[in-house]
Design a protein around this ligand. Sequence first.
Ligand code: FES
Length: 307
Amino acid sequence: MTEVTETTEATVVTGNSNDPHLQPASVHPKRTEKVVAAFIVLAAAGFATYGATYWQGGSAQLQGASLGIGLVLLGIALAAWGKYLLPRGPFMEARHPMRSSDEERARMANAVIERGRLVMHRRGFLGKLLAAAGAIMGIVVAFPVIRSLGPLPKKSLDSTDWLPGSYLVTAQGLRVKASDVEVGGIVTVFPVGHVGNAMDQTVLIHASAVPFTTMPGRESWTPEGYVAYSKVCTHLGCPVGLYQHQTQQLLCPCHQSVFNILDGAEPQFGPAPRPLPQLPLYIDTAGYLRSQSGYDQPVGPGFWERS
Ligand code: FES
């Protein structure tokens, strides 16, 4: 009797010799068996011939032929044996049902849900921690930046300390007289009381032995050939201190802007976008150089200009 076990995925045959799966493929297995046997005998004869020929020292051709024929016949016999005489199958491997029990499946589902909750909880917690760390880092990074900006300039960039009547003094604090500077000479000056102030620094040039006019409306600004311009370059604020008397030019050493002092320090070359502001001068009765007023426009780089 054939015993068949039902499983989830396969049917397992464990039956006896009447089972069709165990029957050979050949319709006439007995006859096939005899044919296979004949091939095996012939193959054996071929091997024996090879052995005898080898023993007798026969020709190599006969040895090779007999051995080859024996192997071919044996191969045919084995192939026919496997194809026609062995059980045809199919054969399936028995295995246990793969499906988990309902209880196990429910337990697994709960575990997954619980783990998901844990993961989400951790992510929320980590997100808050990350935000806090980012805030601290932002403050720490911003603090030195903000601190390094220094105090707000407020209105200090709009005007300087030059006032009507300010004495021109050197970096040593000495008042400058009209007789102190030879024609072709240059001196850095400040308004009295503000020596060293970067925005007040001014170049005083004795450009000519006679008065001249830099621009219409400035006829009185250059007494006895003296002219004064802000020393703060209108490009990026470098000190413009290189004066060439022959060409009457002021040169900024940073990016080579060139200003002509005879025509209101109009830029002739370089990136400076506007002229150096001119300080109106006068010579008092004691011979001291003094400012008629402050600059009529902000000094320094062009982007500070409000007009
Ligand atoms: S700062 Fe004077 S040319 Fe650039």
